[in-house]
Write a protein that binds this ligand. Structure first.
Ligand code: FAD
Length: 479
């Protein structure tokens, strides 16, 4: 095992590199000039309307960082760079639409589905998020079913009123992620239903008080999610018998990661007491009685279990509301490095996509989603400043190509991999990337969701900007 010192230099492991070179980008190659008042043309009260589809890591990062900029302040996630005199207060009204009634810490799903206290903690209703208590922000529980880019109009189905209506916008930020299967992520849309869903799964896999099931849990699928699901069950319910079955000869077989990472994962799972079965496909799983399952494997063997978790990486982009020609064959939004929609769409310069829904290099990660949200906020702010003639042309920041990297929780340990540092495993890695709550506190504080009226560290002079830039270089790495 490699010792691991590199990451300890960094205070926020979920952040992608924010090096100066990709933050302050010359306007020349990617500037899309605006005519004065072009953005405002569709609104009567002169405020800019920003519609955010999806209120999770990517969407909240975009909205909250842009809120900071609109107040003439530095952003909460990184001080705004460049010339500090390029600042102006602008009036922006945000509509954040999400099918759920709250922010769900998705990367904590494996723990939420194993432990009731974490299940409760990881879903925070939007009404309980201090950062969203702002006159400029309206959160709507509903589903965006259609976007017409030509007229910049969204069709929204409001979950509470059940009414469908149209809403115009000046900028759209698509941050609606991927749809994932049940047992891996909650399917519920309200906190109350979600807690019921989590309770059922915890009872099925647990051995807690009043829970009879000690007949073993089989997790099917040895990708990142399956590894984390098996680990969390084993960690929270140490007397439970947990088996992870994967059809290929090595774990993480679908990820562009070196074999060493998979080997570290197998070893960490075994240290947790998880039985790892490789190279066997589960052909069928039949529930023949309450809490009793019969599994048939590809080698003809049979196994029984008290609970079965399918942790296959079935996922679909949540992009059906967008025009087909903006999407690739997997439904991901095609973007350029400034995060604008790429295709020759009418008004593409007003349409951004961030997070999992965007087609980009690298393994899908919440760190990347938050970082993209931050970059989109900066670019929209530039768009607005240019449109009102405050600057000549927008100076966009760009999102670099992302090499494969991962941080994977495995009980008390975590495994990390990046091209520069290679693979590492240990409890120190767990602490750094996830702390004790699968990264809930890290993400929450990074987005500063618990605070109203955030005032970020700011710079007034070019010298102060340089000092802050240096600090940012030190806050660089990813999960
Ligand atoms: C079990 C699991 C473990 C993971 N572990 C890690 C990890 O350790 N580290 C890491 O970096 N990443 C991890 N990931 C990946 C990470 O969760 C994603 O990369 C991240 O959630 C992407 O954020 P996002 O904001 O783009 O999308 P999401 O978090 O998927 O949020 C999308 C939001 O959009 C809403 N929405 C969808 N469609 C619509 C619509 N039509 N109208 C309105 N709202 C809509 C959804 O309700 C949701 O709130 C994990 C993922 C899973 C499933």
């Amino acid at each position: 095992m490699k010792s691991f010192s590199f990451f300890s230099r960094f205070s926020n492991p979920f952040q992608l590199p924010l090096f100066r070179s990709n933050l302050v980008f010359p306007a020349s190659s990617c500037a899309r000039p605006f005519h004065n008042s072009e953005i405002m043309s569709s609104v009567t009260n002169a405020s800019v309307k920003v519609l955010v589809v999806g209120g999770a890591y990517g969407g909240l990062s975009a909205a909250l960082n842009l809120l900071d900029l609109s107040r003439g302040k530095a952003t909460r996630m990184a001080p705004r760079l460049g010339d500090p005199t390029d600042r102006k207060k602008v009036d922006i009204k945000f509509r954040i639409v999400d099918e759920r009634d709250g922010y769900f810490h998705l990367i904590g799903s494996p723990l939420a589905f194993a432990s009731a206290p974490e299940a409760e903690r990881f879903w925070v209703k939007y009404t309980d998020i201090a950062a969203l208590r702002d006159d400029a922000i309206t959160v709507i529980q509903g589903s965006v079913s259609k976007i017409d880019p030509a007229t910049k109009t969204a069709t929204i189905l409001d979950s509470k009123t059940k009414k469908q209506y149209e809403e115009s916008y000046d900028f759209l930020i698509a941050a609606s992620g991927l749809r994932r299967v049940k047992q891996v992520v909650p399917q519920a849309l309200t906190k109350e239903e979600y807690l019921e869903e989590a309770k059922k799964q915890i009872e099925a896999v647990g051995v807690g008080e009043g829970v009879q099931n000690r007949k073993g849990v089989v997790v099917i699928g040895g990708g990142a999610v399956g590894i984390e699901m098996a680990s969390e069950i084993a960690l929270v319910h140490p007397t439970q018998r947990v088996t992870l079955i994967h059809s290929r000869e090595r774990l993480l077989s679908a990820e562009p990661l070196p074999a060493e990472v998979a080997e570290y994962a197998v070893a960490a799972l075994r240290r947790l007491g998880v039985e790892v079965v490789l190279g066997h496909r589960v052909n069928s799983s039949v529930q023949y009685a309450d809490g009793k399952y019969l599994l048939k494997l590809s080698d003809g063997t049979k196994r029984t279990a008290g609970a079965v978790i399918w942790a296959l990486s079935k996922q679909q982009a949540s992009s059906s509301y967008l025009p087909k020609d903006t999407l690739d064959e997997d439904g991901l939004v095609q973007i350029d490095s400034t995060l604008h929609f790429k295709n020759d769409l009418p008004n593409s310069k007003y349409h951004y996509a961030v997070g999992d829904i965007a087609k980009w290099s690298g393994i899908k990660r919440c760190g990347a989603a938050m970082h993209m949200g931050f970059l989109a906020a900066n670019n929209i702010y530039q768009d607005i400043l240019a449109s009102i003639g405050f600057i000549k042309a927008p100076k966009y920041v760009t999102f670099p190509e992302v090499p494969p990297m991962i941080a994977l929780a495995c009980g008390k340990e975590a495994i990390s991999y990046s091209q520069e540092e290679g693979a590492a495993v240990g409890e120190d890695i767990m602490k750094m990337f996830f702390e004790g709550d699968l990264g809930f506190r890290i993400c929450w504080d990074y987005l500063q969701l618990g605070k109203e009226n955030v005032v970020a560290e700011d710079a007034e002079t070019p010298e102060e900007v340089k000092t802050l830039e240096k600090k940012i270089d030190v806050v660089a790495i990813s999960a």
